[in-house]
Structures are given as structure tokens and as C-alpha cells.
Design a protein around this ligand. Structure first.
Ligand SMILES: [Mn+2]
Length: 321
């Protein structure tokens, strides 16, 4: 913890002296990376800094309730400007953020701050605040801001609660530690409304997505040898159910209710010819290591990787070609 305090101080100094700050979320953004980004955005605006919030992909419709969501840009041109400080939130690597090719276009020298909770994070920043036992980057940020004397408000509190609530699957998954709950409780005293945020995020699945989940649930299988329960979603399933690419995202988390199998896995075909695997466990198996062996990454209890290929389901057998 001492180490975190020193890092917290270093980040504070860097931000206090900064004028132009770029905050980057990871591509295909979720409630955590956006909650963390926009909470920082609001706070640093109050400190009269020039803030640019960037994400490679646009903000999903259901997260547009976050304050300052309209200030988030997807314009690559922001990487041709000068910044003294770049803060990357919730990204295990610059590649995961989707900016490894973009960041080299920034003309001047900057300080890179890496704020994250992914176990696979190699500490790529000049300053790294990576707390792998934290539920979410929003919780890491909450701890950071609690070390400083900041001007809290309802919007900052709600953005951070959004990150904690979504990354813990509604305060239910194994990442929901005492510290995560304590952070939410304190953020409620600062004006956050977790119930409302849950209804806008977790409890917000449409019929097409549930139909898709139904299809996947019907196919659930258990591999006894590996104590693995798995299922899959194809591009054809998305078409048949009228569901979007993001519809299967909640499915892996939903499988937390399962009592069988040490590990659950959802395989999903993507538009670009890849198969994306989402792994979950409630045991002590370190899934981030397993995912890294396949070129992926993530957390100990929730991780993923991608492989090129297509899924073929024939005579009750699943094959990857
Ligand atoms: Mn996260």
C-alpha cells in the first residue's frame, strides 16, 4: 500500500502541473473505462485543465447517461496535438486501448499515466497505478481520489459507481470485495445512485439479446476432463435473433450463476473472422495466465483471448476451422 501512496502522490504532482491532458479509454468501451475516463474529465475540468477524452469506438447508447459523455471524441486527429500528460484508463496495454499506432503521432514529449486493474498489465506507463485486486479501474480511481482532497460531486460519484457496478456484474462477481462495496457505500454519501445505475447498465438487456442468450444456453456443454462448461454464439445466430455484436457480452457474466464447472467459457464469432473467448471462474484458477497463453489477457477471474477462425456446429459437435 505504501507503494500505492507514493504513486498516488506522483500522479497528483503530474496532474497539478499539467495543462493539456488526454484521457484514453479502451476500444469497445465498457462502463468501467468510460466511467473512469469521464469522472476524471469532470474533476480535471474543475481544476481548469484542458481535457480531451478519447476512445477509438463511440460510446454505447446505454452509457450515454454518464456526465460529459458528449465530450468524448473518437477523432484520431487528437493525436496530432500536444499534451503534457496522457492518462490511459482500464487498458492492459496500449494495443488493448487501440492507440499503439496512434500515440506515436503526438509531436511533443509527454508523461504517460497508466491507471488499471488488469492482472496482465505490464506497467507500460511512466507512472503506473495498477491494483490487480481492485474490482475495477473506477475503484482504483476512487482510492486515488480519496488520497487527494478533491471536490466530489454527484456526477463524479455516479461515473465511478458505474465502473464498479458494471465490472462486478452488479456487485455479484468474485471481484466484489469489501473495498469495492466500501467504495460504493462512500460514493452513495457523495450523491451516487447505484440502483439507478444498475437499471441503466446491468438490468438493461433487450429481447433480441435474451433470445440470443437462450440459444447459447440451450447449447451449454460440460467438458468433464477440464471441468469446463462452454457454449458459443455464431454470426448466423446474431442474424437469426436480430441481435447486435454486443448482445452476447453479458452472457459470460450471466454464467456466474452456474454451480457446475470450475471455468465457464463463451466462444463468439466476430465480424472480422475471429473467435473471441470469454472465460469466467469463481475458483482460484488464474484465468489471466491461461488467456495470456493464447495471446489474450484480463483478470484472474475473468479473462479472454481471440483466435482466427470460424465455428462449425454439426451433429452436436463444435469445431473451429
Ligand atoms: Mn475494468
Amino acid at each position: 500500500m505504501q507503494n500505492h501512496k507514493t504513486t498516488s502522490q506522483a500522479i497528483y504532482q503530474q496532474i497539478e502541473n499539467a495543462k493539456d491532458i488526454l484521457i484514453v479509454s479502451h476500444q469497445k468501451p465498457d462502463g468501467d473505462t468510460l466511467g473512469a475516463n469521464l469522472a476524471l474529465h469532470k474533476l480535471l475540468k474543475k481544476k481548469e485543465k484542458n481535457i480531451t477524452s478519447f476512445c477509438l469506438d463511440p460510446i454505447p447508447e446505454n452509457l450515454k447517461f454518464l456526465a460529459h459523455s458528449q465530450d468524448l471524441t473518437t477523432d484520431h486527429k487528437v493525436f496530432t496535438k500536444n499534451y503534457d500528460t496522457i492518462i490511459v484508463v482500464d487498458s492492459g496495454s496500449l494495443d488493448y486501448a487501440g492507440i499503439d499506432g496512434l500515440i506515436s503521432a503526438i509531436p511533443n514529449k509527454y508523461t504517460l499515466i497508466n491507471i488499471d486493474h488488469h492482472a496482465s498489465n505490464p506497467h507500460y506507463g511512466d507512472i503506473n497505478l495498477v491494483i490487480t485486486e481492485a474490482s475495477s479501474t473506477a475503484e482504483v480511481l476512487y482510492r486515488l481520489l480519496s488520497d487527494w482532497d478533491i471536490d466530489w460531486d454527484e456526477e463524479i460519484a455516479n461515473s465511478l459507481v458505474c465502473g464498479i457496478v458494471t465490472d462486478t456484474g452488479g456487485l455479484k462477481n468474485p471481484a466484489t470485495t469489501y473495498q469495492a462495496l466500501d467504495a460504493v457505500a462512500d460514493l452513495v454519501t457523495k450523491g451516487a445512485n447505484p440502483h439507478q445505475i444498475m437499471n441503466l447498465t446491468i438490468n438493461n438487456v433487450d429481447i433480441a439479446s435474451l433470445r440470443l442468450w437462450g440459444r447459447a444456453l440451450e447449447r451449454l456443454k460440460k467438458n468433464e476432463k477440464y471441468d469446463l462448461v462452454y457454449t458459443f454464439v455464431t454470426q448466423q445466430d446474431l442474424i437469426d435473433c436480430g441481435a447486435t455484436e454486443s448482445a452476447s457480452e453479458g452472457l459470460a457474466n450471466f454464467l456466474h450463476i452456474l454451480k457446475e464447472g470450475a471455468v465457464s467459457m463463451v466462444l463468439k464469432e466476430t465480424k472480422d473472422g475471429m473467435i473471441k473467448a470469454s472465460l469466467r471462474t469463481t475458483t482460484n484458477i488464474d484465468l489471466s495466465k491461461l488467456a495470456q497463453a493464447f495471446g489474450g489477457g484480463g483478470h484472474k477471474k475473468a479473462a479472454g483471448f481471440s483466435l482466427p477462425g470460424k465455428l462449425v456446429y454439426d451433429k452436436n459437435k463444435l469445431r473451429i476451422i
